[in-house]
Design a protein around this ligand. Structure first.
Ligand code: GDG
Length: 451
């Protein structure tokens, strides 16, 4: 059997992780075994010339350090100030500097060099996400012949957004060196095909088979999932319920997101404001618990979203709070995963309202954590990849505060029978398409991509 080698930007070496990719990959590697390679999170002036191996996991783990300059240009720069905003429809937040692209290419080249001595012929190499688009090309330059696949966790931009990149054609060159490019949704695959169409040397040979600059590549849609069974068990075991009950008599609406501008947190707060404005009887009866751990704080746009979110929460609380009740509780810290599971279970409404999102695992975790006998209601943005699967949620447009407030009202008023029926359908989907299904489906397609 082939050995799985997964490569991602970050590899978690310490505490409980709070990014979607890391959570999913850890679940996948725990079952299949293999080797996971990624950035340690440490910057040093003279990073070692070899990978550092780490004990203590069910699979192999190897990390590398970066110089501060490389980290700035590759990670904060090209990855998160160019690619991330463009892929999330926010070209206005992009910052294009030539040294960002140079650093991005340089770091990918270095990762390939570090990786090659540790590769075996029977490896299947699985590259994760937008930070590592050029890695297959760099590995091929060094003579690697093993199958190499890419999976994009975030949305793929359509032609207009692609056109705002400093190097739109290069993006497709990078991708063309993979045997398989995996996307979260059909929408992303359609965007890929539509954006690639303008290339001079491009042909679509079939739905999932492309030829770009003479190289054949396959594509596929693989919606990522969670470790559903484990999460259900975690939620059942959690005793957080009791603590929350003693804290508040109000019904809880919960939001859990890295504090990112793509997650639509201010829009969610404004809809909650509209809800309270429109129905004074909800005073002291509902609260919004927003958990939003910090992320990428060195990038300006993330400072701005933090200020905007805190300001808005303060204003709404000032407007509606009573002596006994604060409508929005905003936690700007990560909280332990088992506590999170208990909070989802206790919350009557799950709010997943991103403006753009590859999948969104919080939506799936919220569904898994519910008590099937008395489940809560999921409110889900139609711009989350998860909306292609979780059609029994209340699907909303996050840009429309009135529509979102109406959905909140509908969820508060929803009777037990309807909640149970919707939840049963959602749970079936989250059980069937869990993280094990995702990695098996992807790796199976990678193994056959050259047939
Ligand atoms: C990217 C794509 C795609 C969050 N806060 C805490 C915490 N979390 C955990 C959640 C969930 C994960 O982090 C977030 O995953 P998402 O999928 O919602 O979002 P991204 O981080 O943006 O992930 C996304 C994903 O990759 C996978 O492909 O779905 O579209 O953007 O698991 O529970 N975990 C803990 N404390 C927190 O405070 N322990």
């Amino acid at each position: 059997m082939a050995r799985l080698v997964a490569v991602s930007n970050r590899i978690p070496l310490g505490d409980s992780p709070s990014g979607g990719l890391v959570v999913a990959l850890e679940d996948a590697l725990r079952t299949s075994g293999g080797l996971w390679v990624g950035f340690s999170g440490e910057t040093t002036e003279t990073p070692a010339d070899d990978l550092t191996f780490h004990e203590g996991a069910a699979f192999g783990r190897a990390s590398f350090d970066l110089t501060a300059e490389d980290h700035d240009s590759y990670y904060l720069g090209f990855s998160n100030s160019v690619l991330w905003p463009v892929c999330h429809g926010r070209a206005d937040l992009m910052r294009i500097l030539p040294e960002y692209l140079e650093g991005y290419r340089r770091v990918n080249e270095r990762i390939a060099r570090l990786l090659v001595p540790h590769l075996r012929e029977d490896d299947h190499i699985w590259v994760q996400d937008y930070q590592l688009f050029p890695l297959a090309q760099e590995l091929r330059k060094l003579g690697v012949t093993a199958p190499i696949g890419h999976f994009l966790h975030i949305p793929f931009p359509g032609p207009t957004d692609c056109g705002t990149l400093p190097n739109p054609d290069e993006l497709f060159t990078w991708l063309s060196y993979y045997d398989l490019a995996g996307f979260q949704t059909q929408r992303d695959l359609d965007n890929f095909a539509a954006s690639a169409r303008s290339l001079s040397d491009f042909a679509r040979l079939s739905d999932n088979h492309f030829r770009i600059a003479g190289r054949d590549m396959h594509t596929g849609v693989f919606p990522i999932g969670i470790d559903t069974e484990a999460f259900i068990a975690e939620a059942q075991a959690a005793r957080e319920e009791d603590r929350m009950r003693s804290l508040t008599g109000a019904q809880i609406m919960i939001g859990v997101d890295r504090l990112d501008y793509s997650k639509g947190i201010p829009q969610r707060f404004r809809a909650f404001q509209a809800l309270l404005d429109g129905d004074p009887s909800l005073t002291e009866r509902v609260m919004l618990l927003q958990i939003a751990p910090p992320t990428r704080e060195a990038v300006d746009a993330y400072q701005q979203i933090r200020e905007e979110t805190e300001h808005l929460a303060g204003r709404i609380n000032g407007q509606f709070a009573t002596v006994n009740w604060t409508p929005i509780r905003f936690i700007h810290r990560p909280i332990p995963r088992n506590e999170l599971a208990g909070l989802y279970r206790q919350a009557r409404i799950g709010l997943v309202t991103p403006l753009a999102d590859g999948m969104n695992l919080v939506a799936k975790e919220y569904v898994a954590a519910q008590d099937p006998a008395d489940p809560g209601v999921l409110i889900l943005s139609r711009f989350a990849g998860a909306a292609e699967q979780l059609t029994e949620a209340l699907i909303i447009n996050p840009h429309d505060p009135t529509e979102m407030a109406q959905a909140m009202h509908q969820a508060i008023d929803m009777g037990l029978e309807e909640r149970q029926a919707r939840h049963a359908a959602l749970l079936r989907c989250v059980m069937e398409h869990d993280v094990g299904w995702w990695s098996r489906a992807y790796l199976d397609a990678l193994a056959h991509a050259r047939d």
